[in-house]
Design a protein around this ligand. Structure first.
Ligand code: UT7
Length: 335
């Protein structure tokens, strides 16, 4: 049977380290508030004035992952690029990355899905591999969010959370009779909450174009009903975990490590308590990186691999929830 295994990982954080104290100089907030309400202590942003795009963040992480896999860019059958902050509106960042890597003629597919972009990416890659349409895939989660944040008191809820970064995995199709690789996945969406977290522009809806009025209304900045999203996260993440465990015929005790999306440390703490997960079996790094949206999970996975905190045959559960509303999870067993 063909299984989809993660052959290697890589991550890249940009050069500008931004502690909470910097933000408290720009708006009415404080290190204490940000740490207590989100867990975030610092994040990385791309330096101002640098000619850099999301695909450049992804490139730096990709060359690490490719080298660790022992793959050349032209070996790839597919690039899947999850981002909600592409270099330009059209074409997708996958095309820019493909060109920079020199992955000649390799198809490059951009996906959105925001905080669950990487989870959707895993499911897509698994489908390509199991249907034998691809054997070697580069899956990217990358975001460049700092440049569209409004650094004012009015938009401080989003300004203090979102950050830049990239995480990449090389996924390979291998023949195995063992239960390894991507075991199962469940993804959901509920468009009823599409207004709870959104970036309104650029858009074509209602014939709108970017104009001074649209800019004045700040439709090009992220808008978030934080409390609504928070409440949805603390209820739906345990629900989808129960669904995943049932589908995989497992108990929570069988999971060796949970890697949740990093949106707010309090969400992940509430999830841990609710599911009765010991603290050493759930990984958080939002303290150092903030919320890098599609990149949070692959960055965390890369850190865990680097720190040798995962071993052969460990079972991992990736879970997340975000704009859309979209949420879901993937169960993965290390080969
Ligand atoms: O990855 C994408 C998915 N996104 C999420 O999962 C985000 C989920 N939501 C959250 O993380 C939290 O709702 C926030 C961190 C965004 C906000 O935390 P909260 O505990 O829900 O705060 P709140 O919105 O209820 O605001 C409480 C108070 C308000 O002041 P008043 O009305 O009580 O006087 C806010 O104006 O905190 C104020 N506030 C801030 N104060 C200092 C909001 N943001 C800030 C800030 N600094 N950055």
């Amino acid at each position: 049977m063909i299984r989809s295994i993660i052959k290697s990982t890589g991550r890249y954080l940009p050069d500008r380290h931004v502690p909470n104290e910097y933000l408290s100089e720009l708006m009415e907030t404080s290190n204490d508030w940000i740490v207590q309400r989100t867990g975030i202590e610092a994040r990385y942003w791309v330096s101002e004035g640098k000619d850099f795009g999301t695909s450049d963040l992804a490139y730096e992480a990709s060359i690490i992952a490719l080298e660790r896999a022992g793959w050349h860019p032209e070996d790839l059958d597919l690039i899947v690029f999850a981002t909600m902050t592409p270099d330009v509106n059209v074409p997708g960042s996958g095309a820019f990355l493909q060109n920079r890597l020199g992955a000649k003629n390799v198809p490059a597919l951009d996906i959105r899905q925001q905080c669950t972009g990487f989870l959707h990416g895993l499911e897509i890659c698994d489908a390509y591999i199991r249907s034998e349409k691809a054997q070697k895939i580069l899956l990217v989660g990358a975001e460049f969010q700092s440049r569209y944040l409004e650094l004012t008191t009015e938009n401080r809820d989003t300004a203090v959370i979102f950050a830049d970064g990239a995480g990449v995995v090389c996924i390979e199709g291998v023949e195995s009779n063992n239960d390894i690789g991507i075991i199962t996945s469940i993804l959901h969406a509920d468009g009823k909450y599409s207004g709870a977290l959104r970036v309104g522009m650029p858009a074509r809806k209602s014939g709108k174009a970017i104009s001074p009025t649209v800019m004045e209304n700040k439709e090009h900045f992220p808008y978030m009903e934080g409390k609504t999203v928070f409440k949805l996260a603390v209820t739906r993440l345990p629900m989808v975990t129960a669904e995943l465990l049932e589908k995989a015929n497992m108990k929570i005790e069988d999971v060796d490590m949970v890697i949740p999306h990093q949106a707010n440390l309090r969400i992940n703490e509430a999830f841990k308590e609710r599911m009765n997960i010991p603290k050493e079996k759930i990984y958080n790094n939002i303290q150092r990186y903030g919320n890098t949206t599609a990149a949070t999970i692959p960055i965390a996975l890369d850190e865990l691999m680097e720190k040798n905190m995962l071993k052969s045959k460990d079972t991992i559960m990736f879970i997340g929830l975000g704009a859309g509303l979209t949420w879901g999870g993937v169960v993965y067993k290390l080969p």
